[in-house]
Design a binder for this molecule. Sequence first.
Ligand SMILES: Nc1ncnc2c1ncn2[C@@H]1O[C@H](COP(=O)(O)OP(=O)(O)O)[C@@H](O)[C@H]1O
Ligand SMILES: [Mg+2]
Length: 249
Amino acid sequence: MKETKVISFVGEKGGIGKTTINIMAASALHYYFKKSVLLIDSDNPQFSSFKKRKSDLKIFGDFLEDDHKPYKVIKAKANPNESDRYNGILTVQEIVEENDGKYDYIIIDFPGNINEDMTSGLIHVDYAFIPFSHDQLEIESSTSYYKKLMKFFILNEDTNLKKAFLFYNRYQRVKKNKYSKLTELLKQSNFNIGEDAFKYNLLETYVLDKTIYQEEFRNTLFSFNENQENDPEDFKAFINEIIKLTNNG
Ligand SMILES: Nc1ncnc2c1ncn2[C@@H]1O[C@H](COP(=O)(O)OP(=O)(O)O)[C@@H](O)[C@H]1O
Ligand SMILES: [Mg+2]
């Protein structure tokens, strides 16, 4: 039996990098860090991770070595009342329950909105990581989402969510000063839920803004290419922080 950690790169806004980072993290954890991984695609109706696996197989399938075992990508319904066993599409809850103990990580890609369906899937997540870039709208949306997770999930004993973290996606090194100012601001700010004051958890590492992340690294069959990732701030450091945080739980 493994102690399965259910994680998700998640948020309320479209286009902030959720799907990209869920796929990149699944691939890095599985192919590079040799963890057993299951990727659940609950981004109904696009199912872009599921489709990406199909197209990756079309392009690279013939070149894979026999011992190269890709992780599983499965479609899921977020709504717990829409289980469709006949057509082979189960709900997030069913898949998580059936696979608990079988994997090191279950990673879930959700759609970019908060509705009842999504909420019923999100209660199965242990750790949520919320991406945002240096952009007013994304900062507002991500901090507001963080507060909602704190109020309705982390402080609610009926859900699994233990911790949420904000992190920079599309980080630009050339704007380092701009980022450190925002980091200071975020670290200093408090928000209240009832009588209690809370602070934002912010990851130390970040995901850089790189074209290669859009095109090559967002791949369900291979991990990132180490030769193109020599800096200490690379994707490897990011995943190392995720592993550390989810193990220290
Ligand atoms: N770190 C990054 N560097 C470069 N492009 C990125 C990065 N993260 C996301 N993108 C691009 O931004 C777009 C939206 O990302 P996506 O993962 O689909 O967002 P979401 O799932 O939140 O809607 C995609 O074209 C993706 O390739
Ligand atoms: Mg998406």
